[in-house]
Every structure is written in C-alpha cells, then in structure tokens.
Design a protein. Structure first.
Length: 509
C-alpha cells in the first residue's frame, strides 16, 4: 500500500508539444485589388497618387499583377490609362489571357463607385504584401534553423539582412510644408548663437578645424581617410577625448580593428602623456605611476562608449547605435574603420558594391538618428606611387574600393603627415617636423581647405598647433571654391579668424 501511495504522489514530467496551426490562408485583399485597378483605369491622375505605394508584386492575384504591370508601363511612358489602352498593353506584354481577357478587365471598371479612398485602399494592399513577405521570410529562416549543418551566427546575419531589406521597402517620407522646417532652422541658429564659440555643431576640440566646419553637423556622414600609419585612430581618439572629457559630449566608438582594452590604452597614453610602450609593458617610474594615478581620473566617468565587435555588419550597427542614442544620449558615433564592416545576409556582385551599400547605410543612419557619424577609411596605394611633396598629398580619387564613399559623404577629410615620407621641409625651407595636415577635400555645406595640427608621436596624440610645447602658431587656409553664395558669405564673415598671409606666420602650404 505504501508503495502504491508513493507511486501515486510521484510527479510525471509531461513534454509540451506545440502543434503548428494549419489551414490558414495568406493575408490578401483581392476585392480591394479589383477596386484599385478599376479606379486606376477610370481616374486620369490616379496612378500618381499610389505610384510610391504599390509595385506589381504587391498584388496577391496573379491576374491583378499583370494588369497593374501594364498600367505602370503606360503611366511611365506618359500614355493614357484606360480599359482599352490597358488591354492593348497586355497584348504587347503577351499577358492578356493570363490577366483574364477583356471581359474581366471591363468588370473591374464597372465595380468602382468612387476613387475617393484610392490611397487608403492602396496602403491596405501594400500592408498585406508586407505581411506575406514576413511569413515567407519566417518560414525560410525556420527551415534553415532546423538544418544543423548551418552556422547559427551566419543564419542570424542572414536573417537580420533579409529583415532589413523588407523593412526598407516600406520606408516613405512625405513632403512637408516649409514653415515647420524654417522654425527648426531658426532654432538651430539661435542655439548656435548662444554658444561662446559660435559653433552650430559638435566641437572637435581642434580650433581651426571647427572654424571651417562650424563643428560636426547633425545628420552628416564624415569620412576621415588616410594611408596606414598616418594616425587615423589617434586623430579620432584625440577628438573623442576632447568631446567627452573637455565638453562632456557622449561619444560611441566602434572599433573593428582594435580590442576595447587596446583602445583604452591609447586613450590612457593620450590623456596621461605616457609612452605607449611603457603603458603596454607596465615599466613605469615612481613619478610616472603618480602621473598615471592623477590624470587617469579625467577618463573615469567620461561619456565614452566602446564596442569592439569584429567584422561588424551595418545591420548590427543600426541596432546598437539606436540603443546608444536612446539609452545614453550619444551625440556622435565613430567607426574604425569602414572597410572592415560588412553587409552580411545580402548578396553583392563585388566588394565595391558591398562598400557602396555600407556607405549609403551609414548616411541613412546619420539622418535617422540626427547625429554626425564619423567613419575612418583606408586609401589605396596610389599615394605611394606618386612622387614629390605634392604627389604624396591624398586626393578624392585615392579613396579605397568605392567612389560611392565620396558620393555619400557630406565631408571628406584626409590626414597627411609629410614627415612620414621623409619630407622635413617645404619648398620654402620651413620646418614640417611634427606637423599633420588635415585636408578638407569635400564639404557639401561649406568651404574646403587645410588645417595644420601638431602630432605628438610618443603620446599618439593630435593637438592644436598653439597648444604644443613649442607654442608654434600656424594658420589654416580656406579655398574659396564654393558656388554657393550663402557659403561664401559665411566664409567672408569668418575672415577675422582665418588669416591667409604667409609672411606673418611660418605656415607651410
């Protein structure tokens, strides 16, 4: 009896099996599809109303897809759209029989009572199409998830890429009346006027650079490009330190090349003014330990966020960047560097096409988050093959792997250190030792020109020229090449800051 009682009280483990639902039909609205097609053949300007909402594949019924395809062919070529012209176009496309013949097309126009709600009906069809695409996507990923031969990380990248592709199809932004945009622009001008430096964007901490750029502007994609060993990472880290430590501006750094510890070691070298080799080896003198303990406090609690995810995809970046902006109010994102990113989950014919997609995505992300995104980029070897002092200066054509980088960027800056190429003096015999030239080669909303900074190799740090121990003052040069009168006026207003006479200051041009 005792045994039976124990047996009765024993808990049974029951495996719960979820049975997939069956018998469902895909999201569709065939009656609304008929109304929309009928309205397009009755109303003269109806197609322009829904041209950005619908594509032929949005229609569930294959007959309706063929009919809409014929309507698109007519509308794009500027021909009238009605029952007869659509029928003729279907004949040309060899799709009349598949579209249900003339009788079916005439019935479509007979069922339309009004075209007043055409746009609303079109959006319903588009939503049903997106639902079907998501179902198809989910089924595909589910099937691959059961395949144990596939790498889960690769599958996640593919899933993210496909989902991103689907989401981009439905992103539409309507035109707005100019009044609220004017108010937004006036508010930005007033905000800039309240700043002591007169900057409308985020200060880089480099005075002459800020005078030309007015700070890094929201929604801009800024490319910082150079050959290896020019100091790209040192430049953006110096800038990140200026932003976060000096101005308390939250900054995020995505380091695809270095680990977060290596990156922080660079920052410690920069801030504490200690040799990178000593930081790496830990062989510090007693006074250097005191210097480290004292100056490291500048970095504690600094709003710098570091992510060292290797081979970061643009889709991962979007997710991480949105979270950083939402949770930490990050005002600027730095990526080191662009060519190490990928667009996993999407197929491309060449690496150049992939880089083009990455640069377009970065520009889109900058606009979406309304913050500047600064991406480092490699240059090709064309610089190395050229001779002479001028030949070593980078050009826009030197951007590696894709001309789309130049096209998508709002600003392209090059870092050039003549000393690296053994050029210690310019043609006039002026000393170039320890100098770095920041060349603003493209500036969509302002002037182009050159800025000179001091590069302290031992601390891997860039400084304003007049901040260096030698207290050398150098002047920036603006190239007045803009055709925009507003930009030219801005340059004229800043000429009290920018001196272009070389005899007063030993500036190497």
């Amino acid at each position: 009896m005792v045994a039976d009682k124990g047996k009765t009280n024993r808990k049974k483990t029951i495996e719960t099996v979820v049975i997939p639902e069956i018998g469902k039909i895909q999201p569709q609205a065939p009656e609304i599809e008929k109304i929309v097609l009928g309205a397009l053949m009755l109303e003269k300007d109806a197609y322009s109303t829904i041209s950005e909402i619908l594509r032929p594949e949005c229609f569930y019924d294959k007959k309706h897809e063929y009919i809409f395809e014929a309507i698109v062919d007519l509308a794009v070529s500027g021909r009238p759209v009605d029952m007869l012209t659509v029928t003729e176009q279907l004949k040309k496309n060899s799709n009349l029989k598949a579209a249900g013949d003339l009788l079916y097309i005439s019935e479509l126009t007979n069922n339309v009572a009004s075209t007043a709600h055409l746009e609303y009906h079109a959006k319903i069809i588009a939503q049903k199409f997106l639902s079907r695409e998501l179902i198809k996507f989910a089924g595909l990923i589910q099937g691959k998830a059961f395949d144990e031969t596939l790498d889960v990380e690769d599958l996640m990248q593919e899933a993210e890429g496909k989902l991103f592709e689907i989401s981009q199809r439905n992103i539409k932004k309507d035109a707005v009346q100019i009044n609220p945009v004017i108010n937004e622009a006036i508010n930005a001008i007033q905000h800039a006027a309240q700043k002591k430096e007169g900057l409308s964007g985020i200060s880089s901490g480099f005075t002459d650079l800020d005078k030309i750029t007015s700070g890094w502007q929201n929604s801009d994609l800024i490319i910082i490009a150079a050959r290896p060993a020019m100091g790209k990472t040192a430049f953006v880290l110096s800038m990140a330190k200026n932003m976060a430590v000096n101005f308390k501006t939250p900054v995020a750094i995505f380091s695809l090349e270095m680990s977060n510890v290596q990156l922080v070691n660079r920052l410690i070298t920069n801030v504490c003014e200690l040799s990178g080799e000593k930081i790496k080896s830990g062989r510090l003198e007693p006074y250097e330990w005191e210097q480290l303990d004292h100056k490291i406090n500048e970095l504690y609690d600094a709003p710098i966020y570091v992510d060292d995810t290797p081979s970061l995809s643009v889709f991962e970046l979007r997710t991480k960047a949105r979270r950083l902006v939402r949770e930490h109010d990050v005002k600027c994102i730095i990526i080191d560097y662009l060519q190490l990113m990928n667009a996993s989950g999407m197929s491309y014919g060449s690496r150049e096409q992939e880089v083009s997609m990455i640069s377009r995505s970065l520009k889109g992300l900058a606009k979406e988050l309304n913050i500047p995104i600064i991406a480092l980029s490699q240059l090709n070897r064309g610089v190395e093959t050229r001779t002479g002092a001028e030949g070593k200066r980078p050009q826009l054509a030197d951007l590696r792997e894709s001309g789309a980088i130049e096209q998508d960027a709002d600003m392209v800056c090059f870092i050039h250190r003549p000393e690296y190429y053994g050029i210690k003096e310019d043609s006039a015999g002026r000393d170039l030792t320890g100098l770095a030239e920041i060349i603003i080669a493209k500036h969509r909303n302002g002037a182009i020109g050159d800025v000179w900074l001091t590069f302290k190799n031992s601390f891997v740090r860039f400084e304003n020229c007049n901040d260096s121990s030698n207290n050398r003052e150098f002047t920036s040069k603006i190239n007045k090449t803009s055709d925009n009168p507003a930009i030219m006026q801005t340059i004229g207003n800043n000429e009290d800051f920018i001196h272009q006479t070389q005899h007063d200051n030993p500036l190497p041009f």
